[in-house]
Write a protein of this length. Structure first.
Length: 128
């Protein structure tokens, strides 16, 4: 049975990934103007969220999936910054929420990092 943090991460990312397909336009609106291919990037990030959410539950892919999810959190951070810098475009969210959630991205990275710690340590000891 997977550890509880892994289940939380899995549910969070699978749900988030599915939402990329259900409310695609909301995610497209969050994309910074300087990036191209907004819809394609939203779909790609949704696919990787789902794959990472599944992969983190599988012991053989957990470490790779965890690192992938951390990279994904970092990769989508510019969209979160973009939303905070342009709150007038996102009336459905309070401006405070858009700013408060920025540091939470670092907490998400830490949470995934901690959740894969047993695999990281096992891998580290296996290479010695």
């Amino acid at each position: 049975m997977p550890r509880v943090p892994l289940l939380i991460i899995s549910i969070f990312f699978i749900t988030g990934g599915i939402s990329h397909f259900v409310v695609t336009n909301s995610f497209v609106m969050a994309m910074p103007d300087y990036l191209g291919y907004h819809k394609e990037l939203v779909i790609i990030s949704g696919v990787f969220e789902i794959l990472g959410g599944i992969g983190i539950l599988v012991p053989q892919t957990r470490l790779f999936a965890g690192y992938g999810l951390i990279a994904l959190i970092i990769a989508v951070y510019p969209a979160n910054i973009n939303m905070a810098l342009h709150p007038e475009k996102y009336k459905e969210f309070s401006e405070l929420f858009l700013y408060v959630r920025l540091p939470f991205q670092f907490l998400f990275v830490w949470f995934v990092w901690r959740a894969i710690t047993p695999e990281r340590l096992k891998n580290k000891h296996a290479t010695k």
